[in-house]
Design a protein around this ligand. Structure first.
Ligand code: ASP
Length: 599
């Protein structure tokens, strides 16, 4: 029995036709001796009707014992459902198939969790879903996610092809060149004691491809990072990785805006307006307290450093005297925040090293706060004016060094937005997408513990041309030609114009980042060599593909858009990996374990 239609195809105009359908038993109901089986395949569902008078006794009995998710084929006649029994919720709801023949292709055992009831399925514990991922993936939402992922991958490839890009695969057995995150190592049997590393990104290869004259490269690249996984990270993930020669930042902005326009149209049929807004790193921090601002709501941070410079409130004036700033934010309508909520916000502030959190609740015409008594009339008037203070507001302060003060309030701003959303005081349209380029990042950050500079993006990012002369004298002030693309407060990706002059790259490695010359040679020698043989100016970007799909599918978790994801502990519960290996395999690799053998 070869199927003639899929389970989302039949409509009233098919009435009278004999069809063959194959799929899974989605549900089975016995109504007064007549069986109703909803048959499901990847495309959808069709109701089939099994009347004992139409089938042999044996077949009918087989059908009545079928467990959910058994695989069957049926053949029968399409008919329009009797009036009043139509199902308007599914596209095939006007018809049903009256079964004449049935083949049980495979019986299913009793399931570890139901896949037919979306309500129930959403409550199933995620570990169980991951262990039986093949069942989880049968749920229509999961099938939908895989479909969106596939469509977007194909749209990306055709867009990049139209733009003249070549898709080039780069190795996944690479060399250890710590770029930041810890790497996965792969022992080399042929030369014991040497290792490959899985790439954190194809960064070096794509730059080498530019030296090779490829000019426009892209790849849907698998990347690996052995980080302690935060809630929504995966040890392996996919990037849309891009590099171009003879370009400037503007070329990347235009390319990516076009790509995202195409992707949003393909996946959501939404027209994304371009060009996207741009905001400097400094402005993003000043206004939103974060370098990936969610600009769909206000509650912007306001600076009060001048107003409080001479304040009798020593926490403020003292911080300012030490080179710090005072910033504040109005969480509109949150004066009724509970003690617990205020404590959570205080913990955020403490997480950044602050001693506490100053705040004012505006209730019953009064400013309730232990610090108000220190404020003079001018200071109060400035607060009212710049924060537009009204009854019911909650005012939060941060007095600290600039970056800290911004980041404290940035974190609290997001927390307050969540509170307001849960109380129905803030609504954000689900179809609103605020795209934003964040630009002009500082090239370097300073690691106080190690007393040295580090690259805020990666060591291949070029400084803004005008800032090259101050690279050695005022590294702090040097801006990088780095850009991030952000949507609704989520970082979709980032990239930069690269250094293509071997001397500048060498200065960055050796003099700024203080990597000893022999180590530079061992790790990056081939790149510096390559740059000596005609490296074009180039730049690129990488977009997090899993995150992109999660946004398009409206899910919080990237695990929902990866067919076989790992848990937060990095394990694959279905295959039970990672797992111990045979002693012989270790002997071949000249590896001796120092860990106690696990049961
Ligand atoms: N390789 C960078 C990353 O993985 C992206 C880039 O600079 O193109 O974040």
């Amino acid at each position: 029995m070869k199927r003639t239609h899929h389970c989302n195809e039949l409509r009233s105009e098919h009435a009278g036709q004999t069809v063959i359908l194959s799929g899974w038993v989605h549900s089975r109901r016995d109504l007064g001796g007549v069986l109703f089986i909803d048959l499901r395949d990847r495309e959808g569902r069709t109701q089939t009707v099994l009347d004992p008078s139409d089938l042999t006794k044996e077949l009918f009995e087989q059908a009545s014992k079928l467990h959910s998710e058994s695989v069957i084929s049926i053949s029968g006649k399409v008919r329009v459902r009797p009036a009043g029994t139509e199902n308007t919720k599914i596209p095939t709801g006007q018809v049903e198939v009256l079964v004449k023949e049935l083949v049980v292709l495979n019986n299913a055992d009793v399931l570890p969790f139901p896949v037919d009831d979306p309500e129930l399925a959403s409550k199933v514990n995620e570990e169980l879903r991951l262990k039986y991922r093949y069942l989880d993936l049968r749920r229509p939402e999961m099938t939908r996610n895989l479909r969106v992922r596939s469509k977007v991958a194909i749209a990306t490839r055709s867009y990049m092809d139209e733009q003249g890009f070549l898709e080039v695969e780069t190795p996944t057995l690479f060399k250890s060149t710590p770029e930041g995150a810890r790497e996965f190592l792969v022992p080399n049997r042929r030369d014991p004691g040497t290792f490959y590393a899985l790439p954190q990104s194809p960064q070096q290869f794509k730059q080498i491809l530019m030296v090779a004259g490829v000019e426009k490269y892209f790849q849907l690249a698998r990347c690996y990072r052995d980080e302690d996984l935060r809630a929504d990270r995966q040890p392996e993930f996919t990037q849309v990785d891009i590099e171009m020669s003879f370009i400037e930042r503007e070329d990347i902005y235009a390319l990516i805006e076009g790509l995202l326009k195409r992707v949003w149209k393909t996946a959501l049929n939404v027209d994304v307006p371009t060009p996207f807004k741009r905001i400097s790193f400094e402005e993003a921090l000043n206004r939103f307290g974060i370098d990936k601002p969610d600009t769909r709501f206000g509650m912007e941070l306001v600076d009060f450093t001048e107003e409080f410079r001479a304040s009798t409130f020593k926490v403020f004036s003292g911080t300012i005297a030490n080179g710090g700033v005072v910033k504040a934010m109005n969480a509109k309508g949150l004066a009724d925040a509970t003690q617990g909520q205020i404590e959570t916000m205080t913990e955020y502030a403490k997480g950044f090293g602050a001693k506490g959190l100053a705040y004012i609740k505006v209730e019953k015409g009064e400013w309730k706060s232990p610090i108000v008594k220190f404020f003079n009339e001018a200071e109060k008037a400035a607060l009212i004016e710049k924060l537009r203070i009204e009854e019911g507001d909650l005012i939060l302060f941060a007095a600290d060094q600039w970056l800290n003060a911004c980041e404290i309030l940035g974190k609290i701003r997001l927390y307050c937005a969540d509170l307001l959303k849960s109380q129905g005081k803030l609504t954000i349209d689900a179809n609103r997408f605020d795209f934003l380029w964040v630009i002009e990042f500082p090239l370097l950050g300073f690691d106080r513990e190690q007393n040295r500079w580090y690259s805020s993006h990666h060591p291949f990012t070029a400084p803004v041309n005008e800032d090259i002369p101050i690279l050695k004298t005022e590294p702090k002030k040097v801006r990088g030609q780095h850009y991030d693309i952000v949507v609704n407060g989520v970082e979709l990706g980032g990239g930069s114009i690269r250094i293509h002059q071997p001397d500048v790259q060498k200065t960055i490695f050796e003099e700024i980042l203080q990597i000893p010359p022999d180590m530079v040679k061992a790790r990056f020698g081939y790149m510096l060599d390559a740059f000596r043989y005609g490296a074009p100016p180039h730049g690129g970007i990488a977009l997090g593909f899993d995150r992109l799909i999660a946004i398009l599918c409206g899910t919080q978790s990237i695990r929902d858009v990866i067919a076989f994801p790992k848990t937060a502990k990095g394990t694959d519960l279905m295959t039970d990996s990672p797992a111990p290996v045979e002693p012989k395999q270790l002997r071949d690799l000249h590896i001796e374990l120092k860990v106690a053998k696990k049961e």
